[in-house]
Design a protein around this ligand. Structure first.
Ligand code: HEC
Ligand code: HEC
Ligand code: HEC
Ligand code: HEC
Ligand code: HEC
Length: 475
């Protein structure tokens, strides 16, 4: 997704909203809210029902109905390898998840187990499989629970999906309520290949049938897990952020366009986002690292000035340097999205005199794990802050299940944000001063790692998204 494309989408939006009587272009849109043709009436799904604690009361889905990802590898090797290095494959088998899940089970003993697992190990959720005794990665490794559970968001969770799901509305009791419409165990996979031919598979015992569903081309297929409100607050609502933005919902790009781009003839299954395996150090040569860097570099632009071009809005008056900065969000949702309370995107700005000495800086960290002061009005920081009391009172918490209010400081979808620094320039200063601004990102706040995975804090990567610089002559 580049800037040019983005501008075309914005122009299209302007065009569309001006011509009121233009025929609804949602005719050829498969993502729009009111459109129901994603939900095929013909394809049956297997039902399950939940008690008020989010545990399975009754289910038609057997754990044996799901095939492990390992069985797909023979024929879909490239996709398998990509998926295996994605965070979907690690959604259950992850140290930070395990540590936060334990905390959830302690604070909500009756609902905590299934609440997290409903999205992070959905095969256990929909079958009601007991996860007793699993509290760490090592427990998971040594446990004999079926691989499909260990595999987290595995192939068969997505490729047995036959209808779009509603948003997950988590209530005050923090119990699981996710609704999946799955049809596993019937020897058929659903996907995005039109007119697929799976008949030759019969001999090998693999799925002998496959079917095209428009759902797989739609952002709605990500909804069962990427859209959650908690106590009515839209804390993790990536799909809604996308859907509520007409240029995206009507003309695309979809989640898949950005997160599953075509690699050769296949859709990428790396599912690159912002997470990296950094716990024991980052491997900069890994595919995962390259994918994340590439994505982050496309996520925003910054300019020292207002809007895209003009730099003459920078001036000095009465020994004050007036320095505007504009940040543009180019993603398909707010920045950051997903679990924004864990993430931080911010601007580091440094002003140098003609000798190269720093005369002003903000957002510059000595160590990647230094804490950013979000009360400083001159810090440009995009994140969400959760509080354990209403009206942004009480303590700051890092687990949404404990939040009663939240402060949304994320950057709006396809929107920009401007700020003007006012920097005092000493009388004695003369010559050329240089301003360097960088937008930086880290996938975890150090406060979270301190609480849930302290041993990895030294390895936390800080990634540069974009930068700009300008020189100003002091008269
Ligand atoms: C014996 C080989 C084989 C195995 C094993 C296999 N597949 Fe397939 N799969 C195929 C073939 C062949 C196609 C059809 C490709 C085409 O028509 O272009 C296919 C197509 C698909 C499609 C596309 C369906 C569509 O309409 O878009 C999906 C999704 C899929 N397989 C998922 C899986 C999953 C998940 C597994 C493991 C649980 C798996 N496959 C195991 C051979 C296999
Ligand atoms: C999070 C959901 C998800 C998971 C997990 C997932 N897929 Fe997919 N897969 C999709 C979506 C969505 C598409 C359609 C993408 C598009 O066409 O834009 C797709 C496309 C496919 C296709 C057909 C098109 C192509 O690109 O070749 C195959 C085959 C496939 N997946 C196999 C697999 C296998 C095998 C696994 C596990 C190793 C897997 N998928 C895991 C969501 C998923
Ligand atoms: C069954 C639930 C489920 C479905 C369906 C699903 N996801 Fe995810 N996804 C997750 C979970 C859980 C994680 C977090 C994994 C982790 O880091 O522990 C995740 C992580 C991701 C990430 C990585 C985020 C990061 O910060 O690195 C991306 C990108 C992503 N999903 C995209 C998609 C897209 C696109 C779709 C739809 C085609 C989709 N997902 C469908 C559950 C799901
Ligand atoms: C225009 C391209 C684009 C579209 C469309 C898009 N994303 Fe993203 N997404 C990005 C970029 C770039 C990032 C990295 C910057 C960031 O943190 O948001 C990202 C990040 C993410 C993350 C990581 C968490 C985070 O920090 O934001 C998740 C999860 C995610 N996207 C899911 C989705 C889902 C689900 C959809 C569909 C509703 C979607 N994305 C649509 C470009 C896109
Ligand atoms: C409604 C589905 C859903 C539920 C319920 C859910 N998650 Fe997630 N979780 C996700 C998705 C989707 C992502 C990926 C978003 C992103 O990468 O920003 C994610 C990301 C994460 C991550 C990785 C990044 C981060 O922000 O820390 C952790 C750890 C995590 N979840 C832990 C948990 C725990 C613990 C619970 C239970 C208290 C839980 N999740 C409940 C869907 C869910």
């Amino acid at each position: 997704m580049n800037l040019l494309k983005l501008k075309i989408y914005i122009c299209l939006f302007v065009l569309f909203s001006c011509s009121e009587d233009s025929p609804s272009s949602s005719n050829n849109n498969i993502d729009g809210n009111g459109n129901t043709n994603l939900n095929s009436d013909i394809i049956p799904h297997k039902e399950y029902s939940l008690d008020s604690f989010g545990n399975i009361l009754d289910t038609e889905i057997m754990i044996e109905d799901f095939d492990s990802a390992a069985t797909c590898k023979n024929c879909h090797e490239e996709i398998y390898n990509q998926w295996a290095s994605s965070f979907h494959a690690l959604s259950f088998n992850d140290p930070i998840f395990m540590s936060m899940w334990s905390s959830e089970k302690n604070s909500h003993p009756e609902t905590g187990t299934m609440y997290c697992v409903q999205c992070h190990a959905p095969a256990a959720f929909v079958t009601g499989y007991s996860l007793e005794g699993i509290n760490s990665q090592s427990d998971l490794k040594h446990s004999d629970i079926p691989n499909i559970i260990k595999e987290g968001v595995s192939c068969d969770i997505c490729h047995t999906m036959v209808q779009k799901s509603p948003t997950v509305h988590t209530q005050d009791n923090i119990a699981a309520v996710a609704e999946y419409f799955l049809n596993p165990g019937e020897d058929i996979k659903y996907g995005s290949i039109q007119d697929p031919d799976c008949s030759a598979n019969e001999e090998s015992g693999a799925h002998s049938d496959c079917q095209y569903l428009p759902l797989f081309k739609s952002s709605s297929s990500c909804k069962p897990c990427h859209d959650q409100t908690i106590r009515g607050m839209p804390i993790e609502t990536t799909v809604s952020q996308w859907d509520e933005h007409p240029p995206l919902a009507m003309f695309g790009p979809s989640c898949q366009d950005c997160h599953m781009p075509k690699i050769g003839s296949h859709s990428s299954h790396y599912f690159a986002g912002v997470d990296l395996l950094f716990y024991d150090g980052v491997d900069e040569s890994s595919d995962q690292y390259q994918q994340v860097i590439n994505l982050l570099e496309q996520s925003a632009t910054i300019h020292l000035g207002y809007f895209d071009t003009v730099k003459d809005s920078i001036y000095i008056e009465d020994n004050i340097l007036y320095l505007p900065i504009t940040v543009n969000n180019l993603t398909g949702h707010r920045l950051p999205s997903g679990t924004p309370f864990s993430r931080e995107a911010w601007v580091e700005i440094k002003v140098f005199d003609s000798e190269g000495n720093i005369i002003f800086d903000k957002g510059a960290l000595e160590n990647p794990y230094d804490i950013i002061n979000h009360d400083d009005p001159d810090i440009i920081l995009y994140t969400t802050i959760l509080y354990d009391q209403e009206n942004l009172e009480g303590n700051i918490v890092y687990e949404p299940s404990k939040a009663l209010s939240y402060d949304d400081r994320t950057l709006r979808t396809l929107f920009y944000d401007s700020h003007q620094y006012q920097i005092e320039i000493e009388n004695s200063l003369s010559g050329l001063i240089t301003v360097k601004a960088r937008m930086l990102f880290r996938s975890f706040k150090p406060q979270i790692l301190n609480e849930f995975h302290p041993s990895s804090i030294n390895n936390l990567p800080v990634i540069e998204i974009c930068s700009d610089s300008v020189s100003v002559m002091i008269p």
